[in-house]
Design a binder for this molecule. Structure first.
Ligand code: MLT
Ligand code: ZN
Length: 462
């Protein structure tokens, strides 16, 4: 096969005409990320409907020397699932492999295909009385394969860990087109290298995730949601310590929202918090199979007022009110986008360094990029903040990234806590990770994908 026409013909023979998209308007949703920051131009989009077909597609593209870009729900924030503009890459969409294969309520596992929407998997687990605790704003579109490939975070990491901690088994198509089937349902499996860990969070650069077995948990019957206000991030950390003392490991979310975030939500989504006082707000959720959550939350609130950690606070009286409190948090990203251009950061620093990080990053920006507005929110319980800088057109994104990330690095933090590297942070990863770590990553890439045909330009520079 020596040209694109031959490859397209071959792919159509393998997948049928419906399995290959070549018309420009139909390609468009696969060619660009949802924020429209990373527009690409693929040769075509292929939509295999089984792991065997994925393997055949990978083999065909390998033989033709054509790069592949695996794609799930295309909800990522780092441009990791979209092709470049060269017109030479094939998008491999997993959206036809969408089945929940089984839910085991006793063994507490779910097996799903890569293109299964996260919400569908959550609902299947719930129908069996179990909890799939990965929870993100994009859960209605994000897919299991994408979530695994990105090692997605979200709002429940504090209690349940990142996606990695929930993956029990994985099936992956390797860059040479062979299928590695490790769809085991074992909680204990220490037999040799745990190779699946390489693919979790590799953003489709080492293999194509085609199916996964995820761990489920008992579904909590009781939950409580509270919104509290505090004067500063230091008080928010004191509140975290108090909440951990009072609610223990029942806390599933501990989210920080700045006043700026809430102002944006009020302006663009017409949502107002039920408490007014305070510069910083904390949304706490706790859940348990046992009763008494509300009483525990009331005791925590009482201590927070008594010790003058919290200024104001409210506990949701109903599921509907809890949803209203969550809506404040969930509308931040969308409201920020409506406000205008922003330079986003998804950083983590050791928890106790957060107040100092915020002061220093603020000072550095005031000096280096005056006139910008910082919108801070995120997963405080995980030490992970979305530190987004709203800019006028005149500001240089690279300079702002450098200012923020240098402060992150000074505190031993990470420039990508949960969104991954994709193409967005590829240059910065090389800057902030040590040469030894970068060389290890390159060796792993070379070992698995010697011709560099799987998602080139993502995570590592080619
Ligand atoms: C969030 O926590 O809401 C997401 O990671 C999205 C974002 O950073 O905007
Ligand atoms: Zn987040």
């Amino acid at each position: 096969m020596n040209n694109t026409t031959d490859l397209l013909e071959h792919l159509a023979n393998l997948l049928g005409r419906n399995g290959v998209i070549t018309d420009a308007p139909d390609i468009e949703p696969y060619a660009v990320d949802w924020r429209k920051l990373f527009p690409g131009r693929p040769v075509c989009v292929v939509r295999p409907s089984s792991s065997a077909q994925v393997a055949q597609v990978v083999q065909a593209c390998r033989d033709a020397g054509v790069p592949l870009v695996p794609q799930g729900g295309n909800t990522g924030l780092a441009g990791g699932a979209v092709p470049d503009v060269s017109g030479t890459q094939v998008v491999l969409s997993l959206n036809r492999m969408a089945a929940v294969r089984n839910v085991d309520a006793v063994g507490m596992t779910i097996e799903a295909e890569a293109g299964c929407i996260l919400k569908v998997a959550q609902d299947a687990a719930a129908a069996a009385g179990r909890l799939l605790p990965i929870s993100l704003a994009a859960e209605g579109s994000a897919t299991i394969g994408g979530v695994v490939a990105a090692n997605a975070g979200g709002v429940n990491v504090l209690r349940y860990g990142m996606t990695r901690s929930l993956v029990l088994g994985l099936e992956v198509v390797l860059p040479d087109g062979t299928i590695a089937n490790g769809l085991r349902k074992l909680r204990k499996d220490n037999a040799g290298y745990d190779w699946k860990q390489l693919f979790i969070g590799s953003e489709g650069t080492l293999g194509v995730v085609t199916a996964a077995v995820l761990r489920l948990l008992p579904r909590p019957k009781h939950s409580v949601t509270a919104l509290l206000s505090v004067t500063d991030p230091d008080a928010a950390l004191q509140l975290l310590e108090l909440a951990q003392d009072e609610l223990g490991d029942q806390i599933s979310a501990f989210e920080l929202i700045s006043r700026t975030s809430l102002q944006l939500v009020e302006k663009h989504a017409a949502l107002k918090p039920p408490i007014a006082e305070g510069e910083w707000f904390v949304l706490i959720e706790a859940a348990s199979s046992l009763a008494g959550m509300r009483e525990a939350a009331e005791a925590m609130l009482g201590s927070a007022f008594e010790r003058e950690i919290a200024l104001d606070g409210v506990i949701a009286e109903s599921g509907a009110q809890a949803a209203q409190l969550w809506a404040l948090r969930e509308h931040v990203t969308e409201s920020e986008a409506r406000e205008g251009k922003s330079v986003k950061h998804d950083v983590s620093v050791p928890l106790t360094a957060i107040p100092r990080f915020l002061v220093e990053a603020g000072q550095a920006l005031a000096a280096g990029a005056p006139g910008t507005l910082v919108n801070v929110f995120g997963h405080l319980g995980d030490g992970n903040l979305h530190y987004n800088v709203l800019v006028g057109a005149r500001h240089d994104a690279d300079a702002i990234n450098r200012i923020v990330h240098d402060v992150v690095a000074a505190y031993g933090g990470s420039i990508s806590a949960e969104h991954g590297i994709g193409q967005y942070r590829v240059g910065e990863l090389a800057r902030y990770r040590s040469p030894v770590e970068m060389e290890m990553a390159r060796r792993i890439k070379r070992a698995l994908d010697p011709h560099g045909l799987l998602n080139p330009g993502k995570v590592l520079l080619p």
